[in-house]
Design a protein. Sequence first.
Length: 200
Amino acid sequence: MLGVSSPYNIVLLGSGRGSNAEAVLLAQRAGKLGRARVAGILCDQPQARMLELGPKFGVPAVYLDPAPFKTKLEGAAEEKYIAQIREWNTDLVVLAGFMRVIKKGFLDAFAGHIINLHPSLLPAFPGLDGIKQAFDARVPVTGCTVHEVNATVDGGKILRQAKVLLAPNDTLETLAAKIHAAEHLLLPAVIAELSESRRS
């Protein structure tokens, strides 16, 4: 059971440069994150730029070793992540570029309190490389989705989406840039909405 607190504590999980995490932190700094407050950052890559956001924004940023698995979070590593998230009295776990499959233990620990940002208009193009899947399919409209996380990869309840047009002259790189820009607006907006709607 997650602790209910005021403010609404969120933890950001990621694996890379942390552009979406930075967008959330910038929204917080600008007073646009509702009751939400970033209580901590967790990362599974020791050299990830995401960890640099901690000192930049004055929040704890922690690398936790995910070994021995390369693509999932399970076993002793999973237990470490669960313990750290609980220590921060977390109300919402936000997967922002976390490149691991979440397993049952983690899902059960934070059931109903995990969201993910995916770079397509789900249910279209789930899984890896959502932007490239949409680009290769030449769909006229793609975008990004924030959804609840369950045992089905990218299959949880859709909370909100943002559409992005795929122009005839778009390259994969220009499309990715447009989708990332949409993500940076969408994710903080959804977090702010949840922080106001999920009151004790």
